[in-house]
Ligand binder design. Structure first.
Ligand SMILES: Cc1cc2nc3c(=O)[nH]c(=O)nc-3n(C[C@H](O)[C@H](O)[C@H](O)COP(=O)(O)OP(=O)(O)OC[C@H]3O[C@@H](n4cnc5c(N)ncnc54)[C@H](O)[C@@H]3O)c2cc1C
Length: 322
């Protein structure tokens, strides 16, 4: 055990609390747990333990937590709904931070909707639809939280978060206070937003247009029906594993490489949509990684195209000491 607060210091090696555990407990009380299996917090249901899982109850507590991380040299890792994450079987060093308590949702008279980072996608799109506000329908089948949506620039081919977001507010461990960035100052790209390391998105403001609630609901139903037809939405997955390469589709390439149905352990490339990996039973991150490598290797070998992952990896490399 070290006393310098480095991530290694978080591992519980016996009954003695590390300095960082003690400080985390003092700050968060019951809102921090140690050695929590992240398989319970990801849609693939794989992943080893987080050294610490912290759930700050409000913005002040989040700021204090990030300050503590900065003081002790530990980089916080943000976790939303876990719908786009592949967590290492060896777990995650340091503090995983979940913002599920930040769930405020407001609409102003000009159609702006402000949502805190822990708000779920379903609550946000329903909130907009009920008020006859159009623009967020595309998110109906994209599971996650506002924080994860914005960090991923989530979307469908015709629209993504960057097209509807007006402002994003975030805190970084050493930035001192909340930064409010207008759309023009945000560096979005395909399934990504550039943020300082360890920054936590705390809220986003979305722009919406007036619409007929019945028409909005009809569009949402149509989008969901299309997903059910083409994607294995009733299986454990992380959505699209790979980004679509320019001018093509990752799913089409993997299918053309005859990989649909390929298995490694308890994970398989979906028969329904080749860009999805489904897990079951006691699947491991290693099973999923083996399929990712298989798909990447075969598509490169047969078509000369390098696929890039959309799913984000979190945690220790296998064999890295805890
Ligand atoms: C069945 C299914 C269908 C899907 N379809 C789509 C789709 O059509 N389009 C699409 O884009 N995605 C899709 N996804 C993927 C997923 O829904 C999105 O990526 C979503 O944005 C993930 O949100 P989350 O809250 O679960 O984020 P997580 O998976 O928890 O995290 C994703 C990334 O965001 C970061 N993050 C999370 N919260 C914060 C925060 N508050 N501050 C800073 N960083 C943060 C994390 O550190 C991580 O890097 C699908 C997933 C599934 C399972």
């Amino acid at each position: 055990m070290t006393s310098d607060g480095s991530p290694g210091a978080l591992r519980r090696t016996g009954p003695i609390e590390t300095r960082f555990e003690k400080e985390l407990r003092e700050l968060l009380g019951p809102r921090v747990d140690f050695g929590v299996p992240l398989s319970k917090h990801t849609s693939l249901r794989v992943g080893g333990p987080a050294d610490a899982l912290a759930r700050p109850q409000d913005l002040e507590e989040l700021q204090a937590l990030l300050g503590l991380c900065s003081k002790l040299g530990v980089e916080p890792v943000l976790l939303g709904g876990g719908f786009n994450l592949l967590v290492s079987d060896a777990g995650v060093a340091g503090v995983v931070v979940q913002l599920q308590a930040l769930r405020e949702l407001d609409a102003d008279s000009e159609g702006r909707i402000t949502a805190q980072a822990g708000t779920s996608h379903s609550r946000l799109v329903r909130f907009a639809a009920e008020r006859g506000r159009s623009g967020l329908e595309f998110g109906v089948g994209i599971p996650g939280t506002v924080g994860g949506w914005v960090a991923m620039n989530a979307g469908i081919p015709s629209v993504e978060v960057k097209d509807v977001v007006e402002r994003v507010d975030w805190i970084a461990p050493d930035a001192g206070g909340i930064r409010e960035l207008p759309r023009a100052d945000l560096d979005f790209s395909y399934r990504s937003l550039e943020l300082p390391r360890g920054a936590a998105i705390v809220r986003a403001v979305f722009r919406t247009e007036p619409g007929e609630p019945a028409a909005i609901r009809a569009q949402m139903r149509e989008l969901l029906a299309r997903r059910r037809e083409t994607q294995p939405v009733d299986q454990r997955s992380c959505g699209s594993v790979f980004k679509n390469p320019p001018g093509d589709q990752a799913g089409r390439l993997i299918e053309a490489a005859d990989l649909k149905g390929s298995r490694r352990g308890e994970a398989a490339i979906s028969q329904k949509h080749a860009n999805f990996i489904e897990t079951r039973g006691d699947a491991t991150a290693a099973d999923v990684l083996a399929l990712i490598e298989l798909a990447r290797g075969e598509v490169a070998r047969r078509f000369g195209i390098e696929l890039e992952t959309e799913v984000r990896f979190l945690g220790r490399s296998p064999g890295e000491p805890a």
